[in-house]
Ligand binder design. Structure first.
Ligand code: HEM
Length: 404
């Protein structure tokens, strides 16, 4: 069995740095590792040495394997950063059958048919935000004026969270996913969000509405869910529902502005097929949830001649899997006409993104509207000097100054 700990090769650190000047590309070190095709060990902040898996086929095989655990309490789990004793974040960090039991309680509102019913609402939100932007004179920060409010308004409506509280939950979400923030700050942000969601669940117990949180109140009443678990699920959905899509809107717009030929194709079409294909390609090309899917082996697993032993961690960065030439020819080229639907930007296996139909629909509305309504949209800053989110679990830009 191959194990690169043999010999005197130094163990690389993870996360690895992106190359200056290539803000859309995975770290070059990951590419080198993929080219060599080996499993390597990497060293994390706590000195632990999980396996780094870079090839698309290997990642998909492992993410489908029931012998890997997403529970951060499993021995060998490769932690992204220190955690406090109380860290739950609901079913994304649980294994089946409990993961599946909880996930099933909230799948219905994210089903394709239900999401499609929301499309006109999302179109209205997008149009209103663009009207507001156009009423101002540039430059405008696209993150603050458009990318962040759009998915926040949508997930608030779906969950039954008052949008008026957006400053509060956006700020705390930002801290919670900031890998480099002190553990006390992340724990405090998590605690504030949990208390907030717990209050909302209590309010909806008194006065239920037609929203997802009120649906969870019904589950509490039926003895299927504790109030604490309902609040924790609310934190996961509120956080995942706005941060990710917001980054895809801002970073996707930057990528298109930096690839004017691709932007022109989008601007000049009203073909829903091409818009949908552009969404998949940008998801693949940008792979914003870039810290790697993380799991721990519950049993010995042999994969392609390599042995991962029980109790060892694995990290599977989807940014490099989505640039594997064996899965996507000429992978570093952004091509909105390619069929990129097999990408792993939403993960793979049982934890594959619950909100993907919603994210897809929101991005289709945005990419199909923004550049047609503001055809002269352009960057009002040097692209390479923008504040990129190298320090977060979700990649993107903190600000995107644009004008028109
Ligand atoms: C472009 C936007 C999005 C991207 C790139 C994205 C990406 C991901 C990824 C990579 C995972 C897998 C995590 C893992 O395997 O460890 C995931 C899971 C998840 N996502 Fe998303 N996501 C997006 C939007 C959303 C939205 C809008 C929601 C709505 C609430 C959402 C809710 C979730 C939930 C609940 C999970 C956990 C699923 C489970 O553990 O069973 N995501 N997402």
């Amino acid at each position: 069995m191959a194990d690169t700990l043999t010999g005197s090769a130094p163990v690389p650190h993870f996360p690895m740095a992106r190359a200056a000047g290539c803000p859309f590309d995975p770290p070059p070190r990951l590419r080198a590792q993929q080219d060599e095709g080996r499993f390597v060990r990497v060293e994390l902040w706590d000195g632990s040495r999980p396996w780094l898996i870079t090839r698309y086929a290997d990642q998909r095989a492992l993410l489908l394997d029931p012998r890997v655990s997403a529970d951060i309490g499993t021995p060998g789990y490769p932690l992204q950063a220190p955690v406090s004793g109380r860290s739950n974040i609901s079913f994304i960090l649980m294994d089946d059958p409990e993961h599946a039991r909880l996930r099933r309680m909230v799948t219905a509102p994210f089903a394709v048919k239900r999401v499609e019913e929301l499309r006109p609402v999302v179109q209205g939100i997008v149009d209103d935000l663009i009207d507001d932007m156009l009423a101002r004179s540039g430059p405008v920060d696209l993150v603050e004026a458009f990318a962040l409010p759009m998915p926040s308004l949508v997930i608030c409506r779906l969950l039954g969270v008052p949008y008026a509280d957006h400053d509060f939950f956006q700020e705390n979400s930002k801290v919670l996913i900031k890998r480099d923030a002190p553990v006390e700050d992340r724990t405090a942000a998590h605690g504030r969000l949990l208390a907030y969601l717990d209050d909302l669940v209590a309010e909806k117990t008194e006065k239920p509405g037609d929203d997802l949180l009120s649906g969870l109140v019904g589950r509490i009443g039926a003895g299927e869910l504790t109030r604490g678990d309902a609040a924790e699920m609310g934190v996961l959905l509120l956080l995942a529902g706005h941060e990710t899509t917001a980054n895809m809107i801002a970073l996707g717009t930057l990528a298109l502005l930096e690839h004017p030929d691709q932007l022109a194709r989008l601007r000049e079409t009203d073909d829903p097929g091409l818009i949908a294909s552009a969404v998949e390609e940008l998801l693949r090309y940008l792979s914003i949830v870039h810290g790697g899917r993380r799991r721990a082996a519950l049993e010995d697993i042999e994969i392609d001649g390599h042995l991962i032993k029980a109790g060892e961690g694995v990290i599977m960065p989807n940014d490099i899997a989505n640039r594997d030439p064996e899965a996507f020819p000429d992978p570093d080229r952004l091509d909105v006409t390619r069929d990129a639907r097999r990408h792993v930007a939403f993960g793979f296996g049982v934890h594959q993104c619950l909100g993907q139909p919603l994210a897809r629909m929101e991005l289709q509305v945005v990419y199909g509207t923004l550049y047609r309504r503001i055809p002269t949209l352009r960057l009002a800053a040097n692209a390479l000097e923008l504040p990129f989110k190298h320090d977060g679990s979700v990649y993107g830009v903190y600000e995107l100054p644009v004008t028109w």
